[in-house]
Write a protein that binds this ligand. Structure first.
Ligand code: CP
Length: 289
């Protein structure tokens, strides 16, 4: 049994193997190793893609799924996070998928004897999002080495950015950040957004996460899009063959306009599709094959 809580603790060959298995699932391969396992999806923070694509993956693998509703649980009576998860382990579930607002919440669960699949922790890690991003990039370009990516927007509060910037650099990609200076981190190379649009193989946009910002955005959505967002004028200046990615949910009219969402260069919905297959592969990794 293995956890999947961060990608930084996985070797490059382990990551490639998960991606290979995800591609095999996409091609129709059947895996019987998870059939009949009971999986609890414990989402303590809202989610559409991660929650329901994990559920889709579980159903495709033949698992039995428990969907947890925090608002109608004993959390409302003051039960702790640890006691809630420990309760599900005590039911005898075979694995838990957890999303929580707290960074590294999984450290307090180190005594559990069932796999933990991290559906996102605070501003720290989002391993299955990163795996689906990698799968999408590999499908497009056939590999990673030498590719140039700019992750654009609110880097400071983004678990997607933090996870991707670590693993993509390890896979040989040339990684930059772009966007408003107040959202950047000194540890990553920064690039002007318009230069990134013209030079990068991959433009990955991030949602402006108003709910995590200490202060309200200091500009209107239209002003943000004019300075740091994709729109038809910037689409026309992108490098030929370059692709647009976004973990979603996205804010139409802020980091991208309506015309960008499903334009030929956009891989936003193909990312969602790949999310199911990498999550199937994540279970295969955790259940021991
Ligand atoms: N990309 C992502 O994590 O989306 P959700 O918050 O909807 O799961």
């Amino acid at each position: 049994m293995k956890n999947l809580t961060t990608l930084s603790e996985l070797s490059v060959s382990e990551i490639q193997r998960i991606l290979d298995h995800a591609s095999e699932f996409k091609a129709g391969k059947i895996y019987h190793g998870a059939e009949g396992k009971v999986v609890a999806n414990l989402f303590f923070e809202p989610s559409t893609r991660t929650n329901y694509s994990f559920q889709t993956a579980e159903l495709r693998l033949g698992c039995k799924v428990l969907a947890f509703q925090p608002q109608s649980s004993s959390l409302q009576k003051g039960e702790s996070f640890y006691d809630t998860v420990k309760t599900f382990e005590s039911f005898g579930v075979d694995a838990v998928v957890i999303r929580h607002t707290e960074n590294e919440y999984y450290k307090q669960l180190s005594g559990l004897r069932i796999p933990i699949l991290n559906g996102g922790d605070g501003t720290g890690n989002h391993p299955t999002q990163s795996l689906l991003d990698l799968m999408t990039i590999r499908e497009e370009f056939g590999g990673f080495a030498g590719l140039r990516i700019a992750i654009c927007g609110d880097i400071r509060h983004s678990r997607v950015a933090h996870t991707n910037l670590e693993v993509m650099a390890r896979l040989g990609m040339d990684c930059y950040t772009a966007g408003p200076p107040e959202y950047q981190e000194d540890r990553y190379p920064h690039m002007d957004f318009d230069r990134a649009v013209e030079e990068m193989d991959v433009i990955m946009l991030l949602r402006v996460q108003n709910e995590r910002l200490e202060e309200a955005m200091s500009m209107t959505p239209a002003q943000y899009n004019g300075k740091y967002g994709l729109n038809p004028a910037r689409l026309a200046r992108m490098k030929p063959g370059a692709i647009i990615m976004h973990p979603a949910p996205f804010n139409r009219g802020v980091e991208l306009t309506d015309e960008v969402v499903e334009c030929p260069a956009s891989r936003i919905f193909p990312q969602v599709t790949n999310g199911v297959y990498v999550r199937m592969a994540a279970f295969r990794y955790c259940f021991g094959d």
